[in-house]
Design a protein around this ligand. Structure first.
Ligand code: ZN
Length: 491
C-alpha cells in the first residue's frame, strides 16, 4: 500500500482499506461496494443492505435515466401497495409455483393472527391486476402502460450480495401493460426491449438480448426476452427482462374489455423489469484497479477541480479554480473543488476511487499560460487545455468519455463470446471463465436441458431479433439447425 492509499483510503470506520486488483473480480466487487461507499453491508438482516449517500447518488441518476425513458414512451408512473392478500396471490397457479419458496409473509397484526395472510410483494402482478380488472373497461382504455419503482422481497437461500442477489430488491422498476390483442402485446415486448437497450446505452453498458428457453420463462407468461451483460469473471448478469403474459393473467383476474363490436374479450398483457443490477453492471463493467469508472451520465461528481497551492500564489490559483467551478456549474455539470489538506497524490487516489470522470488541476505555472491540466478517469493521461472556453472542452470530453466507455466495453464483451461445436468445447470455454459460449440447438427442450447438464451451465436463450443465421447441428440429436443458443454461468 502506498502512502496515498493510506491517506485517502480510510473509510468512515477509520480502518484502512485497499482495493484488490480487478482480476480478482469477486473480492474487487465486494471491496469496492464498501470502500467507495456504495452500500453498507453491516445491516443486521441477511440480504438487506443500506445505501450510502454516495451510492444513492449513483442510484438516483441511473433511475432518472430509467424514468426519463419510460415517461417519454407513453408510460405513466404509479405506486401500488407492498402487501398482497394471500387470496389474490394464490390465484395464478404457475405464478405461485414460481415464487412460493421465496415469499415473506405477514401473519400477525400486533399479537392477533390475521384472517388472511399478507405477502410482501416478490413482484407486483398479483397486486396490480385485481385493480386492472376495475380500471379496464373498453378498447378505448387500451393500451394501458404503467410502471412503478419499488422495493420487493424474496427469501433468497443462495449466497446474497449487494446489488446482485438480495432479499430486499430496493429499486425494482416494473412496468405492467394491457393491450387488446396478442400482437399488440408482442409489439409492446419489442418496444420494452428497445427502451432497455436505450437505457443501457446511456449507461455505457453493452448487452446480449436473448429469448429465454421455455423452461426458464416468467412463471405464468407466454415467453420472456432478457438482456444480459457479461461480467469480468465471464459469468453473465441478467439486467432486464420483458415478458409476454398472453391472456393468462387476464383470465385469472378477469381483466376484460369491450371491443369495437361491443363484445367482451380478455385483455393481453406484458410486464417488464429492471433492478439495481443495472448499477452492479455499471460498476463491474467499467471499474478498474483504481476504483470506480463511472459514465458521465451517472457520476455523482463529474469533475473535480484541484488547486495546486504554493504560499505566494494561493489567492490567484484559488480564484482561477473558483472561476472554473462556477463556469462548469452554470452548464449544469456536477463539479467539486478539493482544496483539502490531503497531499495531491492522496487526492488523486480518492477521486479515482470515487469514479470522478475528469480531474482538472490548476497551479501557478498553469495560470501563467492561462491553462489547466485535464485528466480523464478512463485514460489517465494528462492534457493541457486553455482556461478560455474550458466549459466547452469539458462538455466535449465528457461526451467522448461516455461514447468511449460504451465502445470499449462492447468490444470487450464481443471478445468474450466463443462459437463452439460440442458440449466439451462449451464446458471448456465456460470452465475457464472466458465468458459465453455459442452453440447450435434444434429447439427441443430435452436437447437443451441435456446441453445444460453436460456443460454444467445455463442456457441464456436464442439471440433475439438477430438477422445473421448460423447453420450447424444440434450436438445432442444431430439435427441440422439454423438456431443457436448462448450458454454461460450466470449470476
Ligand atoms: Zn436436438
Amino acid at each position: 500500500m502506498t502512502e496515498n492509499q493510506k491517506d485517502a483510503g480510510k473509510n468512515d470506520a477509520g480502518k484502512e482499506a485497499v482495493l484488490p486488483p480487478k482480476s480478482e473480480f469477486s473480492e474487487w466487487f465486494n471491496s469496492i461496494i464498501d470502500i467507495a461507499q456504495i452500500m453498507d453491508v453491516r445491516y443486521p438482516v441477511k440480504g438487506l443492505y443500506v445505501w450510502y449517500p454516495f451510492g444513492f447518488g449513483i442510484r438516483k441518476r441511473v433511475y432518472n435515466i430509467i424514468r426519463d425513458v419510460m415517461d417519454n414512451s407513453g408510460h405513466e408512473e404509479t405506486l401500488f401497495p407492498l402487501l398482497i392478500p394471500e387470496t389474490e396471490f394464490m390465484k395464478e397457479a404457475d405464478h405461485i409455483k414460481g415464487f412460493e419458496d421465496e415469499v415473506f409473509w405477514v401473519t400477525h397484526g400486533g399479537v392477533t393472527p390475521l384472517d388472511i395472510r399478507l405477502a410482501l410483494r416478490p413482484t407486483s402482478e398479483t397486486a396490480i391486476y385485481p385493480m386492472y380488472k376495475l380500471w379496464v373497461r373498453s378498447h378505448a382504455d387500451l393500451p394501458l402502460k404503467l410502471y412503478q419503482v419499488v422495493n420487493t422481497f424474496r427469501h433468497e437461500t443462495k449466497h446474497t450480495r449487494p446489488l446482485i442477489r438480495l432479499r430486499e430488491i430496493t429499486s425494482f422498476k416494473e412496468a405492467h401493460t394491457v393491450h387488446a390483442t396478442w400482437e399488440d402485446a408482442e409489439n409492446q415486448v419489442d418496444e420494452a426491449v428497445g427502451l432497455y437497450a436505450d437505457i443501457y446505452r446511456r449507461l455505457s453498458v453493452p448487452f446480449l438480448i436473448s429469448k429465454r428457453p421455455d423452461w426458464d420463462k416468467f412463471p405464468g407468461g407466454d415467453y420472456t426476452i432478457a438482456l444480459d451483460t457479461i461480467m469480468p469473471d465471464g459469468k453473465t448478469l441478467q439486467i432486464g427482462t420483458a415478458h409476454h403474459l398472453g391472456t393468462n393473467f387476464a383470465k385469472t383476474y378477469d381483466i376484460m374489455y369491450e371491443n369495437a363490436d361491443g363484445a367482451q374479450e380478455y385483455a393481453n398483457q406484458t410486464c417488464y423489469g429492471i433492478s439495481e443490477r443495472s448499477i452492479a453492471a455499471v460498476i463491474s463493467v467499467h471499474g478498474d484497479d483504481k476504483g470506480l469508472v463511472l459514465p458521465p451520465s451517472v457520476a455523482p461528481v463529474q469533475i473535480v477541480v484541484i488547486p495546486v497551492l504554493f504560499k505566494d500564489t494561493t489567492k490567484a490559483v484559488m480564484d482561477a479554480c473558483e472561476n472554473v467551478v462556477s463556469a462548469l456549474k452554470e452548464r449544469g455539470l456536477r463539479v467539486e473543488m478539493d482544496a483539502s489538506d490531503l497531499r495531491p497524490g492522496a487526492k488523486y487516489y480518492k477521486w479515482e476511487l470515487k469514479g470522478s470522470c475528469l480531474r482538472i488541476e490548476i497551479g501557478p505555472r498553469d495560470l501563467e499560460k492561462n491553462s489547466a491540466v485535464l485528466v480523464r478517469r478512463d485514460k489517465g493521461e494528462k492534457q493541457f487545455v486553455s482556461l478560455n472556453g474550458i466549459g466547452e472542452t469539458v462538455l466535449s470530453e465528457l461526451k467522448k468519455m461516455g461514447d468511449d466507455l460504451y465502445g470499449k466495453a462492447e468490444e470487450k464483451m464481443k471478445a468474450m463470446i466463443t462459437p463452439c461445436e460440442t458440449p466439451e468445447e462449451v464446458a471448456a470455454v465456460i470452465g475457464s471463465g472466458k465468458g459465453v459460449a455459442e452453440i447450435s440447438w434444434c429447439g427441443r427442450d430435452a436437447c437443451g436441458m441435456k446441453i445444460e447438464e453436460e456443460t454444467n451451465a445455463g442456457i441464456l436463450g436464442t439471440p433475439y431479433a438477430e438477422t445473421a443465421v448460423r447453420s450447424g447441428k444440434c450436438p445432442v440429436c444431430g439435427q441440422e439447425s439454423e438456431q443457436k443458443i448462448y450458454i454461460a454461468k450466470m449470476y
